[in-house]
Design a protein around this ligand. Structure first.
Ligand code: SAH
Ligand code: SF4
Length: 370
């Protein structure tokens, strides 16, 4: 970690247009002496054209541009960008107003004719849950991000995709960057509403394309189910038994495997969205045959068709004793789940070599600046 605490400021991040309520936006228009029809114009610039620079908005009266600019402060200052997989994976490091660093990762996939892209964003700087195999967990919680800071990660990623020559289209947004999204629940939900609302009120990304990944804050999983949005829920389980899970995901001392799986099953019942169980395979730790069998048994006990397992090859973090399982052990583990008729996939481990894989984000500035 190389966060320079001397540059950190206290206080709240500046209030940004993207996070304002419609009343707040109307009030500002009045202050700026702009008629209310200008509202749609401003919304379209931001949510449809991904522009946050009012000085370039020539359809606005020149006299108003400076005032409008005050509602579009720079929230994320790009510090560095690293590329992997022949430019198809891009990691962005941003500095926030108080000097805190956060990261996001964009992954592009060629599929048939078109290109699809997934953005992995952060909901907090650092994380307070403290899973020992996760680089973000080693930072501790620095602070929650704001709605504007989350929206800006999305906007900047789309701008980047556009300049990379690809169609500026983002298909999926996953909260699998830094932080525990359900520990910053209200903010994450407001951001999700802006991400999924039809343009010009939001970025218009389908709710099915948005994944919230959690270490298992049970009451918030129930809240999420009640939001009326078909979001994808991912549960970071990593072990089917409490004894091991308490070590891997310390939150398990509060809500055990049984509680978390029940909440996940209820999420499916309410939303009809199949839940994803994340399982990062760690050599000699959680990859035994008996654990695969126990996982299958516990999932099947709650019914069929409600869940699938996403096996993640562990991304080793610097100096960590946790290592990925061998290919053979991974195949065997997956075969047991498959044999128990549980759909199982292996996540491709994009961006590992730039520390851009899941669990590797730590806001370290160890690479060459662009
Ligand atoms: N805090 C949330 C979301 C961010 S972590 C959560 O834990 O779900 C995103 C995913 O990366 C989680 O599934 C997490 O368990 C996983 N992860 C963390 N460290 C990892 C590592 N070193 N290798 C592979 N996956 C990791
Ligand atoms: Fe936090 Fe998720 Fe990392 Fe655990 S895995 S420390 S919950 S970011």
């Amino acid at each position: 970690m190389s966060q320079d605490s001397s540059t950190q400021r206290r206080g709240k991040p500046p209030h940004h247009w993207s996070e304002m309520s419609s009343d707040e936006r109307q009030e500002l228009l009045q202050q700026w002496r702009l008629p209310s029809y200008r509202l749609g114009q401003l919304l379209r610039h931001y949510f449809e054209r991904y522009s946050a620079d009012p000085l370039s908005w020539t359809d606005l009266p020149a006299s108003a541009r400076e005032s409008v600019r005050t509602a579009f402060p720079v929230l994320l200052e790009p510090v560095a960008q690293t590329l992997a997989d022949r430019g198809k994976t891009v990691k962005n490091l941003y500095r926030l107003f108080d000097g805190v660093l956060v990261e996001s990762v964009v992954m592009r996939y060629s599929r048939g004719e078109g290109t699809r892209s997934t953005l992995c964003i952060s909901s907090q700087a650092g994380c307070g849950i403290g899973c020992p195999f996760c680089a973000t967990g080693q930072l501790g919680l620095q602070r929650n991000l704001t709605v504007g800071e989350i929206c800006e990660q999305v906007r900047l990623a789309v701008v980047d995709l556009g300049s990379a020559g690809a169609k500026a289209k983002l298909n999926n947004v996953v909260f699998m960057g830094m932080g525990e999204p359900l520990a910053n629940y209200d903010t994450v939900m407001s951001a999700i509403r802006r991400i999924t609302s039809e343009s010009p009120h939001g970025f218009g990304i389908t709710a099915r394309g948005v994944t919230v990944s959690t270490a298992g804050i049970v009451p918030r999983i129930a809240d999420l189910a009640g939001e009326g949005l078909p979001l994808t829920l991912a549960i970071s389980l990593h072990a089917p038994d409490d004894e091991l899970r308490e070590k891997l995901v310390p939150l398990n001392k509060r809500w055990g495997v049984g509680d978390v799986l029940d909440a996940a099953r209820d999420y499916f019942r309410t939303t009809s969205r199949r839940v994803s169980i994340e399982y990062a395979l760690m050599k000699g730790v959680n990859d035994q045959v008996w654990r695969a069998e126990l996982l299958a048994k516990k999932l099947n006990a709650l019914g069929r068709g409600w869940v699938h397992v996403n096996v993640i090859p562990l991304n080793p973090t610097p100096g960590s004793p946790w290592q990925p399982s061998t290919r053979q052990v991974t195949t065997d583990f997956m075969a047991i789940l498959d044999g128990a008729r549980i759909p199982v996939t292996l996540r491709d481990s994009r961006g590992q070599d730039i520390d851009g894989g899941c669990g590797q984000l730590a806001g370290r500035q160890t690479w060459v600046e662009p």
